[in-house]
Design a protein around this ligand. Structure first.
Ligand code: LMR
Length: 338
């Protein structure tokens, strides 16, 4: 550095040179929005839409930086970063809250709990979520909305048609204890793994299969490194749009109102695009011809449900029978008579 520059640097550091007030006043508030999926997946699109609306509604007083594809943080790191306030917005799958010490969200992973998209959305927006939201708040996380991304299908390097087909397979799961129990009940070996590591793990055979929504299987190209896809719709992918509680609570009112509006409208956007995106993704994966499709007929589906009902029973000791029954009521699930 030359002498003049160094002198200017020192003067600036000690406040001898001041930026014009107008320049300071114009510095936008930066909101970092980190997520793990592709910008072309429903969550990626909704994050970009939120950015557009937030910047527009605050007249540029807020700048949203969106970091897709785990480019800023991976699954577990992003939640820790949110608690520390080094990132302000995330939309993780609610199956990833367990490691924070909040076990209740895992209940939504009970197999075949939700059959109906409209009902799933209604449930996540209902007052029943109040107690669960408080659990997040106690961990410095404020939920702003829930985004329902539809039903899971399985992919694997062998055909999964009957529950016995899972025996001995290494299956990647998210962090939820219910998903762990599901894999074990099927005789598979569950492995918790960050989403960002999944493509390579499937490609190299570190795991044999996984379950996800079609839009993720398409945009992450999992279908290129898996041989079979079963349209099982056995579980769901729900996101919580979450922020750091202190950050949100201390926002000036003139920013909170337009940001709240951007949250509401990007939630509507998510809900109107996700269903179509997943249906389109399934068709595009099929059209690629790279993966064999399997649909379960009624008898096969019945066999899966029967095989997995013991997980519902086993989880009574984890969540309490009353809580599970409350969730059944909200989701419309009726346990089959055995
Ligand atoms: C996964 O981890 O499998 C997905 O839920 C990732 C995501 O956020 O959609």
């Amino acid at each position: 550095m030359n002498g003049k520059l160094m002198a200017a640097g020192i003067a600036f550091a000690f406040g001898a040179i001041q930026l014009p007030t107008a320049t300071l006043a114009q510095q936008p508030l930066v909101i970092k929005f980190s997520h793990v999926v592709s910008p072309d997946a429903p969550k990626g699109k909704a994050a970009n839409y939120f950015k557009e609306l937030a910047e527009k509604y605050t007249n540029g007083k807020v700048k949203v930086e969106v970091y897709p594809n785990s480019s800023l943080y991976k699954d577990k790191e992003e939640l820790e970063a949110l608690q520390l306030g080094t990132v302000q917005l995330l939309a993780p799958s609610i199956s990833k809250f367990g490691p924070l010490g909040i076990k209740e969200f895992d209940v939504f992973d009970l197999p075949f709990l939700m059959s109906d998209d409209a009902r799933a959305r209604q449930m996540m927006a209902s007052p029943m979520m109040g107690d669960l939201n408080k659990k997040l708040e106690a961990k410095a996380i404020s939920p702003l909305a829930y985004w329902d991304n539809g039903a899971h299908v399985y992919t694997a390097n062998k055909a999964l048609v009957s529950p016995a087909d899972f025996r001995g397979l290494k299956m990647r799961i998210q962090g939820s204890k219910v998903l762990d129990a599901v894999a074990r009940e099927l005789g598979a070996i569950p492995q918790i793994m960050a989403f960002s590591e999944l493509y390579q793990a499937l490609q190299t055979g570190v795991v044999d299969g996984e379950d996800n929504v079609p839009s993720n299987i398409l945009t992450q190209k999992f279908y290129e490194v898996q041989k079979h896809l079963t349209v099982s719709y056995h579980g769901r992918l729900t996101y919580a749009l979450v922020t750091n509680k202190k950050f949100w609570d201390t926002l000036p009112a003139d920013l909170r109102e337009p940001l709240g509006r951007a949250v509401k409208e990007s939630t509507d956007f998510f809900n109107s695009t996700a269903e179509k995106d997943n249906a389109d993704a399934l068709e595009r994966i099929k059209a690629s011809g790279k993966i064999e499709f399997h649909y379960l007929d009624d008898a096969q589906k019945k066999a899966w449900v029967a095989k997995l009902m013991p997980v519902h029973k086993e989880m009574q000791s984890r969540f309490g029978k009353d809580f599970i029954e409350k969730i059944y009521k909200a989701s419309g699930f009726v346990a089959p008579q055995s």
